[in-house]
Design a protein around this ligand. Structure first.
Ligand SMILES: [Zn+2]
Length: 356
């Protein structure tokens, strides 16, 4: 919610939505003002801003490199977002095959290498022809892209270098073990970033947080997914659930919620699934008094889970997507309801049973 409100659309590139995070504009404003005040020159301030925009242009192309490499393997990209600490290409998923992961991870830094090489070539050409006008800009491009290339290849999982490390290890050790090692290395790097950040550059502290939480989350996700192997949605869904009608008044849905332990609800219209009603949305709408019917506040568009869908896949959708719960269908009929907590409990219970 807050995240999408802060993400401002920039346009689309190769069919991929590009957004910029609001805090990035704050960064631009701060740099502009600081440069202006410290140098007293409008030109210097503009040059400072221009160099940041050029760097982020290169970051954008870097992310596009990841996205287009993933597309080769049939993996879409939801969006590319520019943040003050860099860019994020939100791939629908990471490739399962370590070789493909390697290609996708390397594609970003490769773009920076190509830009640096091209700018270096032009720089040599400019030197030969004696035109020194563009030399400072070209040198800047070379240096910026060499730094982007090298920094991203540090083995700080889930940054690119960490993914390369993970993929390389996965070829020998298997995915689960490889992720554990890459995540531990990533956390070590995060600590190093944090220490250096406190000493030299606060931006590194932000990157350290990003790496630390990213590594923890990926390790947890890999562990959970390994334990979900061979199971399907029907194993972890509950058949005992309430649904609400799309045309019911919201007050009625709120009363159903009051009388039940269930947090979120599938929404039906003539027996067909048309959406999911989240408790949080109902509370918000009731306090704002701006909705009359369930259909006014339900979330629609998320595909339901199929009974035979691998549980790991469903879990990934629940973790990575906007909905904490999904209806489970068998053909056109809803037969169950599956939630993040439900899957966690199911896995924990199975582990106990296995241990007993
Ligand atoms: Zn990258």
């Amino acid at each position: 919610m807050n995240r999408s409100a802060w993400n401002l659309p920039l346009g689309t590139l190769c069919g991929i939505r590009v957004t910029v995070h609001g805090s990035f504009l704050i960064l631009l404003a701060v740099v502009g003002v600081v440069q202006w005040v410290s140098s007293g020159s409008f030109v210097a301030a503009s040059l400072g801003l221009a160099s940041i925009l050029v760097i982020f242009g290169c970051v954008l192309l870097h992310e596009l490199g990841h996205a287009l490499a993933a597309r080769r393997y049939g993996i879409g990209t939801r969006s590319i977002t520019l943040l003050p600490i860099g860019g994020v290409a939100q791939l629908e998923r990471m490739p399962e095959d370590p070789r493909q992961e390697l290609v996708v991870a390397l594609a970003g830094p490769a773009v920076n290498l190509v830009i640096a090489a091209a700018a270096f070539g032009l720089l040599q050409l400019a030197a030969l022809t004696g035109s020194a006008l563009l030399a400072p800009a070209l040198s800047f491009l070379v240096i910026a892209n060499v730094i982007l290339f090298a920094f991203n290849l540090l083995p700080a999982f889930p940054m690119d270098g960490g993914r390369v490390l993970r993929a390389g290890l996965a070829l020998r050790l298997g995915g689960a073990r490889a992720t554990e090692i890459a995540a531990s290395t990533g956390k070590l790097m995060a600590v190093a970033f944090a220490v250096l950040g406190f000493l030299y550059n606060p931006m590194l502290v932000l990157i350290a947080l990003f790496v630390w939480f990213g590594a923890s989350q990926e390790a947890l996700w890999t562990r959970t997914r390994a334990s979900l192997d061979g199971m399907t949605a029907s194993d972890a869904m509950t058949r005992d659930f309430h649904a609400v009608d799309a045309r019911a008044p919201l007050r009625y849905a709120a009363e159903v919620m009051l009388g039940s332990q269930q947090k979120d609800y599938p929404v039906l219209d003539d027996g067909r699934i048309v959406g999911v009603l989240l408790r949080a949305d109902v509370l918000r709408a009731l306090s704002a008094r701006d909705a009359r019917l369930v259909s006014d506040v339900m979330r629609s568009g998320a595909p339901a889970a199929r009974t035979n869908e691998p549980l790991g896949e469903v879990y990934r959708r629940l973790i990575g997507g906007p909905l904490p719960a999904l209806p489970v269908v068998d053909g056109p009929h809803i037969v169950g309801w599956i939630t993040r907590e439900g899957i966690n409990e199911y896995v924990a219970l199975r582990r106990r049973l296995g241990a007993a």
